[in-house]
Design a protein around this ligand. Structure first.
Ligand SMILES: Nc1ncnc2c1ncn2[C@@H]1O[C@H](COP(=O)(O)OP(=O)(O)OP(=O)(O)O)[C@@H](O)[C@H]1O
Ligand SMILES: [Mg+2]
Length: 512
């Protein structure tokens, strides 16, 4: 027996095979998880991570293979069976009901509940659990009122309420701020101290190092390596995942900005709850420039991208694109002025799950030759164009006709990126473009953003990753509570100072 294997596995998956039309997602995978252990599951987009965990959670039945829990073979036919064996999964895309409260969501669909559950009792237990694990939530709040981070806490509470012993977290930190990720680590370590176990899927190497005891890397549905976390390094793991050295540096031509493409003057806007989100924000992005917006999520980034692209009204101030006033124009008018948008909320805004990959890719080009003639769409040309984009952006899909909802999370993201980058004519608004992407794809996207800039586009890049901003952007603007805290050439920016500004601490020089 290998030293990296736990002595008494709590969960054992043996020879798991699962195919979908045109693709073998899991190709004979063995997985062991010990009691009180956190296993990190790594792998490129489409490697089979979510599929493997969906098999354990009872969403998919494997074509072949065996699952043992506590040493005994078990039949997992449904999520309910899986829950009965102590497995609880928090999915890549949350599954809460918006119009119900936190407490209602926690008990929703639970087995063995009375017809009318005692909600006061449920609320009491939810608060108790929240206290114990440090998961702050209001049991009476409606899900639609919650931030993404809060929704995730509800998903975790839901599993703890069901007494999950084995928690599966599918890319939990992709949508969290760095602070929230730290809080999540505290929760996971508390669970571990109680002898609970977890499988943790992530694309971030540093998280593998802080969260996990062991790490397993999947490539094309097969296990390529299993290691004790302390015996590996982020660099090693990156190489094992992609099969080559990953460059974390991006080559750029010198910065030669052209005319102003985007200009905001004293823009004010409200958030969804009617509170001020942008406060007199002014900025400029020129042709051939990447302006990086640095800031902790929730400081107006979403609203900024939405006012530019016509998805949110501006309450005062003005926006112009290519010297044409676009304040409060419709999204269609703004798209026509050559603007592309990689949105924060991909599932709701970015892609249509029930349409094919090809249709999703063509969605913005359908008014232009070469894929339409007058009112006629040319299906052959749509397919040809799609094939080219699938190839150049390395979108893993069985065919251009596969519906987008059957792609892996990262490949849905790549589909949106391909469409928006391809259709960009003057301004690209990219909000967290590398979220959910594996490190190879992240590297490719950064190169693509730089290529757009070199081709003379203006790029507005929203990111939380200071390293990404400093390596890709020409200019960095720090956004805090909807205000610009400062704008710097990225070559002169100091990461530590940026961090302070992102936390709302003013620069010394500017304090009078
Ligand atoms: N329900 C489904 N129908 C058809 N194909 C599917 C389905 N679910 C997954 N697949 C395919 O199986 C493969 C593995 O997908 P999976 O979601 O497991 O990848 P992943 O490792 O989680 O990737 P990511 O990092 O992008 O989330 C992909 O090629 C995907 O398109
Ligand atoms: Mg996945």
């Amino acid at each position: 027996m290998d030293a990296s294997e736990p002595k008494v596995p709590l969960v054992e998956m043996r020879g798991i095979r699962k195919s979908f039309p045109g693709v073998t997602a899991c190709d004979g995978v063995d997985l062991r998880l010990g009691r009180g252990e956190v296993l990190a599951l790594l792998g490129e987009n489409g490697a089979g991570k979510s599929t493997l965990m969906n098999v354990l959670a009872g969403l998919y039945r494997p074509d072949e293979g065996e699952i043992r829990i506590g040493g005994k073979p078990v039949e997992i036919r449904s999520p309910r069976d899986s829950a009965a064996h102590g497995v609880g999964m928090v999915h890549q895309n949350f599954m809460l009901v918006d119009t119900m409260t936190v407490a209602e969501n926690v008990v929703l669909g639970m087995a063995g509940l009375p017809l009318v559950p005692d909600m006061a009792e449920v609320k009491r237990s939810v608060l108790e659990l929240a206290e114990k694990y440090g998961l702050r939530v209001d049991p009476d709040a409606y899900v639609w009122q919650l931030s993404v981070g809060e929704q995730q806490r509800v998903e975790i509470l839901k599993q703890l309420y069901r007494k999950a012993e084995i928690l599966v977290l599918d890319e939990p930190t992709a949508v969290l701020t760095p602070q929230e990720s730290e809080e999540l680590n505290v929760v996971v370590q508390r669970m571990k101290a109680e002898g609970k176990s977890a499988v943790f899927i992530t694309h971030k190497m540093e998280e593998v190092m802080t969260f996990s005891d062991r790490v397993m890397v999947l490539r094309k549905g097969k296990v390529v390596v299993e290691k004790v976390t302390s015996e590996t390094s982020p660099r090693d793991l990156a190489k094992l995942m992609v099969g080559r050295e990953v460059l974390f540096r991006v080559e750029k031509k010198s910065f030669e900005p052209g005319a102003v493409i985007l200009e905001l003057k004293d823009v004010r806007a409200l958030d969804d709850r009617g509170l001020p989100a942008l406060r007199d924000l002014s900025l400029k992005v020129r042709a051939g420039e990447i302006l990086g917006i640095a800031g902790v999520a929730g400081n107006g980034q979403r609203e900024l991208s939405e006012v530019i692209t016509g998805l949110r009204p501006v309450s005062s101030g003005g926006i112009s694109i290519n010297c044409v006033e676009t304040t409060n124009k419709t999204p269609l008018e703004i798209i026509r002025s050559g603007v592309s948008h990689i949105p924060q909320d991909r599932i709701a805004v970015g892609a249509v799950g029930d349409m094919s990959v090809a249709s999703n890719l063509a969605m913005k080009g359908y008014r232009d030759a070469p894929i339409s003639r007058g009112v006629l769409l040319l299906p052959r040309r749509i397919l040809d164009l799609a094939r080219r984009m699938i190839e150049s952006f390395r979108i893993a899909t069985p065919s251009p006709e596969t519906r987008v909802k059957f792609l892996s999370g990262g490949n849905i993201q790549k589909t949106i990126l391909a469409r928006e980058i391809e259709s960009c004519r003057s301004l690209l608004v990219a909000v967290y473009p590398s979220r959910g992407l594996d490190i190879g794809a992240t590297e490719a996207v950064r190169k693509e953003l730089v290529a757009q800039r070199d081709a003379g586009m203006a790029v507005l890049l929203v990111s939380e990753d200071i390293e990404e901003l400093l390596s890709v952007a020409d200019t960095v603007l720090v956004l805090y509570e909807g205000r610009a805290m400062g704008t710097f050439p990225s070559a002169e920016a100091d990461p530590e100072e940026l961090g302070l500004l992102m936390a709302g601490v003013e620069r010394k020089e500017t304090v009078s």
